[in-house]
Design a protein around this ligand. Sequence first.
Ligand code: PHE
Length: 334
Amino acid sequence: MIEIIENIKKQFEAETEKVKSLSELEELRIKYLGRKGNISNAFSLISDVPAEQKPQFGKELNQLKQQAEAVYNKIEESFKTKSKSLMLDLTLPGRRSFTGSKHPLIQTAEEIKGIFSNLGFVIEDGPEIETDYYNFGALNFPENHPSRDMQDTLFISKDVVLRTHTSPVQIRVMEKQKPPIRMIAPGRVYRRDTPDASHSPFFHQIEGLVVSEGVTFADLKGVIESFAHIMFGKDINVRFRPSFFPFTEPSVEYDFSCVFCRGKGCKVCKGTGWVEISGAGMVHPNVFKSVGYDPKKYTGYAFGMGVDRIAMLKYNINDIRIFFENDVRFLNQF
Ligand code: PHE
């Protein structure tokens, strides 16, 4: 009786070799594993099997059934994966892959960094959460200076703030390095401002610092002018106006001639022909003292640069808030 099982097995194996399609596979399934198939029929023979062979017969028949099912599943699986690739419809439109792009602020910051790298500046970095000392004290802000109070600083605790400018990186770099220094430090800064078209509670600055023996205000003017010409074109003029910062003396604010009307006067520059970029000046001796540099030996200049403002000029954007809304209709254009 056991031979019956052997025969079914051999026959099944031989026939599986020949299966070429899903429909042939289905025929094979019905023939062997169907309700009236060979294997099911063999189970009904069990009553004719002599008692002493019954356990072995049952066991082997069960094994055969399991093996046949496994083989069936495997062949079915291989047909399905094959047919998937055969079902490729070359007339369908291709699947579009959406490539992202860099945020306009990142692109602008990279361009500015590239220009200063070419002018010999190295790139430095500092924390966005700063102590009062680095953000103010070491930068020669008097204890009761108005910019230190709750008006524009976001405090984390009494002595810890979200940095209001990138100037603290000047201190951090000078503390760990001796002159000569020629660096820029790009980064995000925070102020307690109500958002409008030209204000955001956070924005981006690039700090510049050059310290050596014999550095003069003429060097500062030269670098800012070179930057303006490379960034916006040779016909851009730069204007320096006297100003005040505790950490520079003398201090200036500098403007570029309007990149839209080229100085003639338009809506962007409010008819003045100039757009304000940021502040700059010669490093104050007290700043050198706080980092242990000899102010009699070294001089230096520092400047700020508003990345958001430069990006707005570059791309003709009139509202700073749009940079931070993550509207893809805006971002897709870059
Ligand atoms: N830190 C100043 C600001 O945020 C800009 C500045 C940088 C001024 C360096 C002078 C020197 O407005």
